[in-house]
Design a protein around this ligand. Structure first.
Ligand code: PAF
Length: 279
C-alpha cells in the first residue's frame, strides 16, 4: 500500500497507473474508519480497479459550534485497517496543501439541496463538502467515487455537483452499514455512552415502524407527529428533522410513493442522521 502525503506524489502515481490503463476509484473519508467505509472500499476493490482512499478532516464543512476540534482521529489505526483490506493508495494530504489548492476553472455551484434538511441546520456543511470534493476530484480525476447511503443527502448533493461541473466521475452508492443493534455506523457514534447507545438503537426501530404505519394508512402528518413524540419519550434530546422527501428531495411525494424518510436527532450533544426507503 502506498501512502501519499503530497498532491504531486499522488498525481505522479496516478499518471503512471493511468498509462497502464488502470481505472481509478476514490473513497473520500475523514478517517476514523469503520465498517461503513470498509464496505465501500471492498465494493470498489471487487471491481478490480485501483482504490485510493483519502483521509482529510475537512474544516470547511464544520460550523463554528460543531465538533471539528474533537472529531475523532486515529490515523495509525486507519492505516492498519486499510493495509489489511489491500487498499492501493492512501492519500493523507496536509491541511494547508488541500486548503490552498486552486481549481482554477471550476466554479462551485449553489445547489437547492444545500438549503434543506442537514443543509438548513448546518449551513456550512454542503458548501464545505463541495469545496473539498471538487479539489479531490480535480487532483485525482477518479473514474468512480464511492459514497454511503447513510448520508443520502450528501450522496444526492455530490451527484448534482458532478452533473453541474461535468466531472467524468461515476458516483457509486454503498448501502448503510449498521452495528448489531441497528445503529447506522458513523464516526460520531464514538461520542455516545452506553445509555445513549440504548437510545440511538431506537432510531431505526422508529424509522421502520413509521414506514409500516405509512404504508398501511398514508397519513404522513399524523404518523410523523406521533412518532416524533415517541422519539422524545424514549430519550432523544432534540429532533432536528423527521421528514419524507421524494428521491430528488422534493417535499411533494409522488403518487407511487417513491420516497425516503429522513431523520436527524440529537442524543445529548451528538447529532445522528439516518434514512430509509419507503417505496
Ligand atoms: O462523508 C464524509 O466523510 C465527508 O463529508 C466527505 C465526503 C469525506 C467530505 O469531506
Amino acid at each position: 500500500m502506498i501512502i501519499s502525503r503530497s498532491i504531486k506524489s499522488l498525481q505522479k502515481q496516478i499518471k503512471s497507473l493511468k498509462l497502464r490503463n488502470n481505472k481509478i476509484s476514490l473513497v473520500p473519508t475523514m478517517g476514523s474508519l469503520h465498517e461503513g467505509h470498509l464496505s465501500l472500499i471492498k465494493k470498489a476493490k471487487g471491481k478490480k480497479r485501483i482504490v485510493i482512499v483519502s483521509i482529510f478532516i475537512n474544516p470547511t464543512q464544520f460550523g463554528a459550534n460543531e465538533d471539528f476540534a474533537k472529531y475523532p482521529k486515529n490515523t495509525s489505526r486507519d492505516i492498519n485497517l486499510l493495509k489489511k483490506i489491500s487498499t492501493d493508495i492512501v492519500f493523507l494530504p496536509h491541511n494547508k496543501d488541500i486548503l490552498k489548492y486552486k481549481t482554477s476553472k471550476l466554479k462551485q455551484p449553489k445547489l437547492p439541496v444545500e438549503k434543506i434538511l442537514c443543509g438548513k441546520s448546518r449551513p456550512r456543511y454542503f458548501p464545505g463538502v463541495g469545496k473539498i470534493i471538487i479539489k479531490l476530484f480535480d487532483i485525482i480525476k477518479p473514474d468512480y467515487a464511492y459514497f454511503g447511503e447513510k448520508d443520502y443527502q450528501q450522496l444526492y448533493f455530490i451527484k448534482q455537483l458532478v452533473k453541474s461541473l461535468k466531472f467524468h466521475t461515476k458516483i457509486i452508492p454503498g448501502k448503510t452499514i449498521r452495528d448489531s443493534s441497528g445503529i447506522a455506523l458513523s464516526s460520531r457514534n464514538l461520542y455516545l455512552n452506553d445509555a445513549q447507545k440504548l437510545i440511538a438503537k431506537n432510531i431505526i426501530v422508529i424509522l421502520r415502524k413509521t414506514k409500516r404505519e405509512l404504508l398501511r394508512n398514508w397519513n404522513p402528518l399524523k404518523i410523523l407527529n406521533q412518532n416524533k413524540k415517541i422519539l422524545i419519550d424514549i430519550g432523544v434530546s432534540k429532533i432536528d428533522y423527521f421528514e419524507l422527501r421524494s428521491e430528488n428531495f422534493n417535499k411533494n411525494i409522488p403518487k407511487d410513493r417513491k420516497c425516503r424518510l429522513f431523520i436527524a436527532v440529537f442524543i445529548g450533544s451528538t447529532r445522528l442522521i439516518d434514512n430509509i426507503k419507503i417505496n
